[in-house]
Structures are given as C-alpha cells and as structure tokens.
Design a protein around this ligand. Sequence first.
Ligand code: GLY
Length: 300
Amino acid sequence: MALVEHERSLAVVVHGGAGRVDPATWDDRVAAVVRARDAAWSRLASGASALEAAVEAVRRLEDDPLFNAGVGAALNREGFAELDAAVMDGEERAFGAVAAVRDVRNPVELALEVLRSEHVLLAGEGASRFARERGIPACDPRELVTERQRERWRRARRGEAAERSGTVGAVVLDAAGRLAAASSTGGMVDQRVGRVGDTPLPGAGVYAEAGLGAATATGHGEYFARALASWRAVLALRERDPDEAVRHALNEVERLGGRGGLILVDARGRTAWAKTTPEMSVAWRSAEGEGAQIGDEAWV
Ligand code: GLY
C-alpha cells in the first residue's frame, strides 16, 4: 500500500500470542491482528502518539475473545481470570502496569492510568480500587470467561494437552520518533491464584527506550522475566540489527528453559519479530512494507 509522506517514518508491529492453537482459528487470528495493526496505524496517521496507538491495538485484541487477554483470558486454578497488562513510553521511560486484576475488561487502559500516576505497578484489589477512582467501571468477572477458555481449563485440569497461546502486544514508532510498547495477558491456563508472569514487569514483558527501540514478549513468563527479555532485545540494538536483537533475547530465554516470541521496532522504523514456538500471530507495517503471519509461512 502506498504511503503518504508523513507515514514514511511510522512503524507498527502487533502480536496475538505465541504457542500452538487450533488451526481452524488461524484465519480469524490473523485477520484480528491485521485489524489491530491497522487501527494503530490509522491513529498514528491522524496524529496520535506511539503510546496511544499501542494501547489502541492491544485494547482491540483484549476485546476479541479469541485471544488470551481481557475477554477470553486464560483461567486460573480456581476457574477465573486474573489479568496483567503494561504500557511503556520510551520518551520519559514512563511505565505503568497492573497485575492480577479480576474485574476490568480492558486492563491496558488501567495500565495507562497507572503510567499517568506516581506509580509503576498496582496489583489485585488495590488496582481495582484505583480503576474506580479513574472512572474505569467494574465488570462482572464472569464476563471475562469464554467457553473456549473453560474447555481449555477443563482439559488442563484433567492433565490433557491444552491449546496454549499467551499474551497480546504492540510496539509502535510515531511520526515524532517516539517509541512505545503495550501488552496484556491472562497468563497461563490453570495457573496458581496470584501467579504473575513477565507481562507487567518492566523490561521483562515490555520495554521502550528513546533513540533505541521498543519490544514486547509472549511466552512462558517466568523465563522471560528472568531473562529481562524485552529490555535485552532493545539494548541489543546497540550492536545488532533488529532481527538479530530479538533472536539474541529469545536465545537467552531458551537457554534458561523457556519458549515464546518477541516483537520489536527500532528508532529507525525497522521492525522485527521471532518465535521459538510453532506459531505466533503477528502483523507489521512500516516504510519497509506490511504483512502478517502465524506459522512459518507469510500470510499476506
Ligand atoms: N507471558 C505471560 C505470562 O507468562 O504470564
């Protein structure tokens, strides 16, 4: 698609989680990440900041019950969803996150409110109270539970192999050269109540640094947290190109025993992504081109 002049410096990458999912859902997953990418791009093209565009993309995937975030999130050991989300703006290295929230449909919006506050991370009941203070209404936790996730949860409880796909995310470069990343997740199916993975931890699930890049991760959170995977990918841009930078970070995660994926945009608008799982739904757009993929073949 032809770009008008002011779009030449923009870049967006969106993912809908790494893992292995029902192939019957591939078309819908790819269509959804493309729509989220295009929504972020439209916001950028009409002057929104990288942070606003990244939140827009993630909010759309939270609203889609196919993805493990917001409505449709994975269920924990007791059969309800506990949500984590984070946003980071590379300009001021501003970070906001929430963890183990049970009654918010769009935790990425709550993470943005945390970023705008004096805090970095709010969890559980305190995060819910903060949401009310900021005008974000409570939802019935049952609204977050889908039949697909209930079935995954039953299978996991029986010890059967369940479909695994975790976390949604977006990284963005805007026309002013600002970099941002956002992510949201229901964590791992059948996880211990109160378990929190990499997503809301700065540098683990999400990282952005002015002049360098923005990255966000999906996968087995304990390993991505130990590897500080998103920070590692962005810092690697000092001596590696974007493709090498994401692989470098994923290699460290794999060395520790974990698998998943990473997406990245650098300060020059170059995009990259990589996975160590069979699938990751991803869509990208920049001056270099656009595309989408879920397995190993390019989709569009
Ligand atoms: N990567 C999401 C999690 O492990 O919770």
